[in-house]
Design a protein around this ligand. Structure first.
Ligand code: F3S
Length: 389
């Protein structure tokens, strides 16, 4: 990969050891993927923030002596920064977690601790080159917002943030964003959880082929968020395209030829995710990825007329919770536990439950392995069935 004089200077360690390491990661990535050169990025989003997932590897972040060159946000950590004791997180974990957070803050990373930075003022624009980790966010911003990022891991997103550049390959290029399998969804979908089930199915089939969805119904932003998260949970694709009839749903859907390989998805394929009844000991969890304003308001509306038989958790970015103060107050009044900065998958607080029912197909995929609990997928619109009227 071609490097400018300034980039070579960084590569040779003349700008310090931390930047040398960062540049080494970017050059290795660029060389493997035959990138011609680096390109500047507008923002980065870094994962590997929960002590539960990163463990003592955070000491590497702590050892770095540099500052990020672009606006860089951080994924959820392993606890609510303010209410970790109430959630039953141990003091030992909390102390380690705060060290992880401080290590990122020292580099200039914004401690937003959310997987939906695009909902709280950090949405990239169409065509903008960025370097984001966190598959749910990567797929959403590529597909729905038309930004350009590869599916970065924690080290490469951080390296790009420190250098302010990323190698030019993959989803940064028009030709690499072309769809290769058409998924003809022959049924109507009416709930974000159903879009999640679709993503779960398609992720498994498509793997790293970019899917092109032909839908019968028009999804809203939360449906597309659920679809993005589930696709990333079962596949390794970084984006999708979608149309309804001849109308483009995602901004680049009409820019490419429709793929000739077609897979049909029927109602029964989606329906089989939702057959299980909710056991008495289940807790309910909403907000994977972190809730939007509309989701918070919808939960308030759905829970208003029922009495909970189960403990209910809602996960949301702290900044959004502050903005939606009225909805948060109402949810708390209804007995819902509103949790910021973390989620049921990356916090150890949720390992004590035996069954977690959720409207998120991504959480449905990860809860068994990450929390050791049984997971059930429920439609948001059906949650009143889990309650006493
Ligand atoms: Fe976000 Fe946690 Fe789900 S990081 S996408 S809420 S698994």
């Amino acid at each position: 990969m071609y490097l400018t004089k300034e980039e070579e200077r960084i590569y040779d360690g003349e700008a310090g050891e931390s930047l040398r390491k960062a540049m080494e990661i970017l050059v290795a990535l660029g060389d493997i993927n035959e990138a011609p050169h680096l390109i500047p990025i507008k923002s980065a989003h870094v994962s590997g923030a929960s002590y539960k997932t990163i463990g003592d590897a955070y000491e590497f972040v702590e050892s770095l002596d540099a500052r990020v060159k672009v606006q860089t946000t951080l994924n959820p950590i392993g606890m609510d920064k303010e209410r970790w004791r109430e959630l039953g997180v141990s003091k030992e974990f909390a102390l380690k977690q705060m060290k992880v957070l401080k290590a990122y803050e020292k580099l200039g990373v914004l401690p937003e601790c959310t997987c939906t930075p695009y909902l709280i003022g950090y949405a990239p624009e169409r065509g903008e080159h960025i370097s984001w980790a966190e598959s749910s966010a990567v797929i959403y911003v590529n597909s729905v917002l038309g930004a350009r990022t590869n599916l970065e891991g924690a080290p490469s997103a951080l390296a790009a943030a420190l250098v302010g550049k990323t190698p030019l390959y993959g989803l940064h290029l028009d030709e690499e964003r072309a769809p290769s399998i058409l998924f003809d969804v022959e049924c109507e979908l009416s709930d974000a959880a159903e879009y999640g089930a679709l993503g779960y199915l398609v992720g498994k089939i498509a793997d790293d082929n970019i899917p092109f969805f032909k839908l019968k119904t028009m999804p809203n932003a939360d449906d597309l968020k659920a679809l993005s998260a589930a696709l990333g949970a079962t596949g390794s694709v970084g984006m999708f395209h979608a149309v309804k009839g001849e109308k483009g749903i995602t901004p680049e859907a009409l820019s490419y030829e429709k793929p000739s390989e077609v897979v049909e998805i029927e109602k029964k394929d989606i329906k089989e995710f939702f057959d299980a009844s909710i056991p008495e000991d289940a807790v309910l969890a909403f907000g994977c990825p972190h809730c939007s304003t509309q989701e918070l308001r919808e939960l308030c509306r759905l829970l208003r007329s029922v009495k909970s038989k189960h403990e209910v958790f809602v996960f949301v970015a702290r900044r959004l919770a502050e903005r939606e103060n009225a909805a948060i107050k109402e949810l708390k009044r209804l007995g819902v536990r509103v949790v910021c900065d973390t989620c049921m998958v990356v916090s150890p607080a949720f390992e004590r439950f035996s069954c977690i029912a959720t409207n998120s197909a991504k959480a449905f995929r990860y809860v068994p392995s990450m929390c050791g609990a049984k997971a059930l997928l429920v439609k948001t619109s059906n949650i009143s069935r889990c309650f006493e009227i």
